[in-house]
Design a protein around this ligand. Structure first.
Ligand SMILES: [Zn+2]
Length: 266
């Protein structure tokens, strides 16, 4: 039986029939919306030509991560040798995930957009972030069987009302036509914020923080998984989550995030 595609709107797998049937309606809806609400930049509210986008001035403020990249950590490398490259950090201290990719550096406007998304879910930001994730994750998504989100600790879920990594995973799955298992990985305990901790402290902080529930084991076993997170700070959380998925039988685990703290692996 094929994996269920988790859809946040209807909680059902959209059939090919359903997608074909809905598309013209969506287009009509969009055209009507343009008359009532002209498209505005998600950051500065300037009028623009397309929905769910940034104006050129805001777009230029995002520090998009561009190749050449360290194949493992996904961080930019100073030069291109014309094939897969590994950074010194990836060689010295390899993480438990196979490859990581991120849309942009976690600074300036990107930080503001993610912060706003954490506290006020917006459909427009969700669609833009989904497009960015699909583009940045092209290479790893094409090999993926399944998308899984990095779960938040319960107390953080309550304070933020929803888990933004789950929302991003669902949106990315929808846009990349990949199945999502939103509950394949759960937190076993709350962890302290990673900011300000040393590498060793970060690893200790997240050790044993995740598990795969027994009911999810058949879905995870033998699969190539892309783990979705909003921000990768140290790589320790993603690495701990990847280790748990691999122990549960995952064939490979790649990481796809909206942003990465640029000195995360130094
Ligand atoms: Zn703008």
């Amino acid at each position: 039986m094929p994996e269920a595609v988790f859809d946040d709107d209807c909680a059902e797998a959209p059939s090919a029939w359903g997608v074909r049937r809905l598309r013209p309606l969506t287009q009509i809806g969009r055209a009507a919306l343009d008359v009532v609400l002209p498209p505005l930049c998600l950051s500065c509210q300037t009028r623009i030509t397309a929905h769910d986008a940034l104006c050129p001035a805001c777009w230029r403020q995002i520090n998009f991560i561009r190749p050449p990249l360290c194949d493992r950590m996904g961080l930019p490398m100073p030069f291109d040798i014309g094939g897969p490259m590994l950074s010194a950090a990836a060689i010295a201290d390899p993480p438990d995930f196979d490859r990581a990719r991120a849309v942009a550096r976690f600074d300036g406007l990107m930080r503001e957009l993610i912060h706003a998304f954490k506290f006020h879910d917006s459909h427009n930001a969700r669609r833009l972030f989904g497009r960015w994730l699909v583009e940045a994750g092209q290479e790893i998504l094409k090999d993926a069987d399944l998308l899984v989100a990095v779960p938040l600790a319960r107390w953080r879920l309550i304070s933020r009302r929803f888990n933004q990594a789950q929302i991003l995973a669902i949106e990315t799955g929808k846009q990349a036509h990949k199945p999502v298992r939103p509950f394949a990985l759960v937190r076993t305990r709350a962890t302290a914020h990673q900011i300000g901790l040393t590498r060793a402290q970060r690893s200790r902080n997240v050790a044993g923080a995740f598990r795969v529930p027994p009911s999810e084991l058949p879905a995870v076993s033998g699969k190539a998984i892309v783990l979705i997170d909003d921000v990768v700070t140290s790589g320790a959380t993603a690495s701990a989550a990847a280790a748990v998925l691999k122990r549960a039988g995952a064939r490979r685990v790649d990481v796809l995030a909206l942003a990465i703290v640029s000195d995360a692996h130094s």
